[in-house]
Design a protein around this ligand. Structure first.
Ligand SMILES: Nc1ncnc2c1ncn2[C@@H]1O[C@H](COP(=O)(O)OP(=O)(O)O)[C@@H](O)[C@H]1O
Ligand SMILES: [Mg+2]
Length: 591
């Protein structure tokens, strides 16, 4: 439960409350279930409130003068109330479940749709784990809030207000006497209880910290042994677990104190109320012993509700924190039109040019990553980008996909500024084969079809054939239905690469980006992948990032990038012929 410590807690402000309540719009389509549940809640709370009253009456009937029919009548009413309560409780729980489940699903769907449409700049500034917890942890907090907290709040409010009103009817004096200190005990118990709970939270996070040691060392057990650090790890774990004892015992001390004090003051206050009540009965102030019984029962109800209110307060605080971080995401600006159809129907031919493009990543505005990049590629040409790692090659392709917009300069596609083409049209006509291929945890078929979700089975197979992948796919017993990824078959780098190529072939892009697609492969699989790539490149404009001679030799033009600038450009032979050329130096280094 280390998580809980990190929960952002916000002050209970009016705007925070407003934002929390603004989430209610997600349940609006199920408002009838909500109001139905609310009605059932009010009725069952009122039923609970009638219980002490009737029970007191029943006790008062416990004397020889009372008529038997009166006794039976009260017992029957009690029975009916319980039955009605049971029915309404059923509807309350079920109706609220309908509302919250619906609302949470809507909230999750909305947040997810928002997340995947956010621009790359958003993701480079955040950790995936953090975003994941928005969808899981924050929404779980809201679930608790909307399932229990609202219902509890209303129920307790009814109990407190209704209870006190009924008490005044029984005895005004006794009510004043009770109100003078019962709420104090209730609130005191809550405040104190919180301290105890915080201490036990500390103990839990210390346990978690010591578990991390176990996890880390077991995962890296070969490291521990290779460095023969068993003794070191052992003492680290020893200290961590001893710390658990210390904190847990500190918590236990407070808990012991808390429980004994609370038990003492609780009983003292009950005795106080009874004492004063008996005194009033004695004085003949018109109070029966049944009334006294009602009084004590109501007092317990009210005390419990008041202390419950304090709990709700902290729950609402937590929910406001969760809402804030969720709304922060929901209010971010998304990339336009990524989920829509390609409306402007721009059919690219594959001409491409960069004009004085400069760029710095939004997360590092001071670092000029691209500095006045200028180049042209005509339909069907191959252009190679070479240069040291960190020179800015991948960034050039990221701008081409419009993951980011240039700070200055313009990218043209067939003489149309890229900015004028809607994102989905633009990206639909491009494909990338990256160095690290990410396969989703599904079948091989699904992974290829990802390139074009509308492709037929025949097209998928054809793409696999052209990508040199059919042979190895058919060698698996399940063929195209073989599960890959974490829970399935692990594919080799070259196999993954060919799946990615099949994906790109299926996409049939006008512009193709190969970002070090073969650089992680051994020579044997490289030649197979290279063949597949050659098929893929036919008839498309290709941008090839590579450091192996063989891959770039064929390029129509080679651009040498250094620190965000194009420092040399020309064919392989031209560049090699230069004296002291950067290209020459790069080639010599690579060999
Ligand atoms: N998402 C990012 N945010 C900030 N800086 C980045 C990001 N991606 C790359 N960079 C930086 O931009 C520079 C160029 O990176 P990159 O285009 O990936 O180089 P290359 O592909 O030529 O190896 C490097 O200094 C790198 O650290
Ligand atoms: Mg790169």
């Amino acid at each position: 439960m280390q998580e809980e410590n990190k929960e952002p807690k916000r002050k209970l402000s009016l705007t925070g409350l407003k934002r929390l309540l603004s989430l209610l719009k997600f349940m609006w389509p199920k408002r009838w279930a909500f109001f139905g549940g609310l009605g059932a809640l009010v009725i069952s709370s009122l039923g609970t409130l009638a219980f002490p009253m009737l029970l007191g009456d029943l006790l008062d009937a416990a004397n020889p003068e009372a008529s038997l029919s009166r006794i039976n009548q009260i017992a029957l009413i009690l029975l009916i109330i319980f039955a009605v309560n049971a029915v309404f409780s059923y509807f309350r729980i079920y109706l609220f479940a309908i509302v919250t489940q619906f609302m949470l699903a809507r909230l999750r769907q909305t947040t997810y749709n928002q997340l995947i449409r956010l621009p790359m700049a958003f993701f480079s500034a955040r950790r995936v784990g953090e975003l994941n917890s928005r969808i899981t942890a924050d929404i779980a907090i809201l679930q608790e809030t909307f399932t229990f907290t609202i219902a509890q709040f209303i129920r307790q409010l009814i109990t407190i207000i209704g209870g006190i009103s009924l008490l005044t009817l029984i005895s005004f004096k006794l009510t004043l006497f009770m109100l003078a200190f019962v709420p104090l005990v209730a609130i005191g118990a809550r405040v104190f209880g919180k301290k105890v709970r915080n201490l036990s939270k500390d103990a839990q996070s210390q346990v978690a910290a010591s578990n991390v040691i176990v996890e880390e060392t077991l995962q890296g057990i070969s490291n521990v042994k290779a460095f023969s650090n068993e003794l070191y790890e052992s003492s680290r774990y020893f200290n961590a677990t001893n710390e658990v004892i210390r904190i847990a015992l500190k918590g236990a001390k407070w808990r012991a104190l808390f429980i004994s004090l609370i038990v003492f003051s609780l009983f003292t206050s009950i005795v106080g109320v009874i004492w004063f009540g008996v005194y009033l009965v004695n004085q003949g102030a018109g109070i029966s012993s049944g009334d006294l019984f009602k009084f004590i029962l109501y007092t317990l109800f009210i005390g419990a509700s008041i202390s419950g209110m304090a709990d709700l307060y902290s729950q609402v605080q937590k929910a406001i924190g969760a809402t804030d971080s969720l709304l922060d995401i929901l209010e971010e600006e998304t990339e336009p039109e990524t989920m829509a159809e390609c409306k402007d129907k721009v059919q690219l031919k594959g001409n491409l040019s960069f004009k004085h493009v400069s760029f710095a990543y939004p997360s590092r505005p001071g670092v000029q990553v691209l500095d006045g990049i200028d180049f042209d590629v005509k339909t069907g040409q191959k252009i190679a980008l070479v240069g040291a790692s960190g020179a800015g090659k991948t960034t050039i392709t990221a701008l081409l996909f419009r993951f980011y917009e240039p700070d200055s300069g313009t990218i043209y596609l067939d003489d149309i500024p890229a900015k004028k083409i809607s994102l989905n049209c633009l990206r639909k006509q491009m494909a990338i084969v990256p160095q690290e291929v990410l396969l989703f945890g599904g079948t091989i078929y699904e992974n290829i079809a990802y390139g074009n979700t509308e492709a037929t089975a025949l097209q998928v197979e054809e793409a696999a054939l052209k990508a040199n992948a059919l042979e190895f796919i058919n060698s698996f017993p399940d063929g195209f239905q073989t599960i890959v990824g974490e829970r399935g078959v692990q594919l080799s780098g070259g196999q993954k690469q060919r799946i990615a190529i099949a994906r790109a072939i299926l996409r049939d892009p006008k512009i193709l980006v190969l970002d070090e697609a073969t650089s992680a492969l051994d020579t044997a699989s490289e030649s197979q992948v290279q063949q597949a790539l050659n098929t893929l490149m036919i008839g498309r404009t290709s941008i090839i990032i590579a450091h192996r001679l063989s891959t770039i030799r064929e390029a129509d033009r080679i651009l040498v990038i250094d620190k965000g600038k194009i420092v040399e450009s020309g064919s392989h032979e031209e560049l090699l012929a230069r004296d002291n050329g950067k290209y020459l130096a790069l080639q010599q280094m690579a060999v």
